[in-house]
Ligand binder design. Structure first.
Ligand SMILES: Nc1nc(=O)c2c([nH]1)NC[C@@H]1CN(c3ccc(C(=O)N[C@@H](CCC(=O)O)C(=O)O)cc3)CN21
Ligand SMILES: CC(C)C(=O)C(=O)O
Ligand SMILES: [Mg+2]
Length: 302
């Protein structure tokens, strides 16, 4: 990944519909170069179309305006404001403590930063488990107060009535099966789920989520052959994270993908950059230059 010139007008991709008129337009207004077709927002119909064409796609988490705009410019079609914000934004040990009130401002910021991506709000623990009415109240807040385009919730057949209530109200829903971190205290740790007979239960749960109207389902840390089977047997998209190579889409926590997370990361992570080193190096250089009087200079003065 190059870091040069991504902000310069010369190299930036033809931008979104709110961008100012093409400065290179010739006399009589004809564009000097053919315009890039306007990119519209990614929708549930695009997810279905991708599956029918066998096209894989990538989802990333995002939690703020700046990274959302970077990922939107990079044409990541779906951004998830994960309850993993509990860990990577708020510093909790698990996703259990994070609240709707803590996530809503993050979703708002991501929606502002991403004019083209579908923005999915992850419903946090305790905000939907009481039943369809609570799920509908919570999802409604994410749509009305934060501008989310879809929601995601964890669980199988048990949450199917909630999924049905949401989809019945016109809210696109993504399910989440396998390693469901909100159930950490039941699962007894972050371990592979759906081995042996549990695989049949997971497949039945996936079918229940599909029947309830979800348009996709995340499969987290499950055997590759099980994920392949679910992907083949469901009409809706499977989104893998540690779920082998055959899912219709993939998702990663962006700090993991960018090498910003400290310590050991799960086996499913590939670090596509080393931002922890890059950012640390920049912070040290800045610290040293301030300390040594090399920054700021007269050029930075008014
Ligand atoms: N930064 C971050 N990345 C994530 O992917 C993530 C979060 N946070 N927070 C919420 C959940 C927690 N997740 C996790 C956390 C740990 C493992 C993990 O240690 N997995 C082991 C599996 C070991 C096994 O059973 O074989 C691994 O080594 O992959 C997996 C997913 C995924 N989510
Ligand atoms: C890892 C993804 C699927 C997630 O649920 C989250 O980031 O919270
Ligand atoms: Mg989550």
């Amino acid at each position: 990944m190059t870091s040069s010139g991504t902000n310069s007008p010369e190299t930036s991709a033809p931008s979104h519909p709110t961008a100012p008129a093409d400065a290179a337009a010739t006399l009589y207004g004809a564009p000097a170069e053919p315009r890039q077709p306007r990119r519209s927002r990614f929708t549930v119909r695009d997810v279905a179309a991708a599956k029918s064409r066998g096209e894989k796609w990538a989802m990333l988490t995002a939690y703020d305006f700046t990274t959302a705009s970077v990922f939107d410019d990079a044409e990541i079609p779906v951004l998830l404001v994960g309850d993993s914000a509990a860990n990577v934004v708020y510093g909790y040990d698990t996703t259990v403590p994070v609240t709707v009130d803590e996530l809503i401002p993050l979703v708002r910021a991501v929606v502002r930063g991403a004019p083209h991506a579908m923005v999915v709000a992850d419903l946090p623990f305790g905000s939907y488990q009481a039943g369809p009415v609570q799920a509908l109240e919570t999802a409604t807040r994410f749509l009305k107060e934060a501008g989310a385009h879809a929601v995601k919730l964890e669980g199988g057949a048990r949450v199917a009535p909630a999924v049905e209530a949401l989809t019945g109200a016109g809210i696109p829903v993504i399910g989440h099966l396998g390693l469901t971190p909100q159930s950490i205290h039941t699962l007894g740790g972050y371990r592979v789920q759906g081995r042996d007979e549990a695989g049949e239960v997971l497949l039945a749960d996936a079918r229940a989520i599909e029947a309830a109207g979800a348009f996709a389902v995340v499969l987290e840390v499950v055997p590759a052959d099980l994920a392949a089977r679910v992907t083949k047997e469901l009409r809706i998209a499977t989104v893998g994270i540690g779920a082998g190579v055959d899912c219709d889409a993939q998702v990663l926590v962006w700090q993991d993908m960018a090498g910003l997370s400290g310590g050991r990361t799960p086996r499913f992570v590939r670090r596509f950059a080393d931002l922890r080193t890059a950012l640390g190096t920049a912070a040290r250089a800045y610290r040293d230059e301030v300390r040594d009087g090399h920054y700021p200079t007269v050029e930075h003065s008014y």
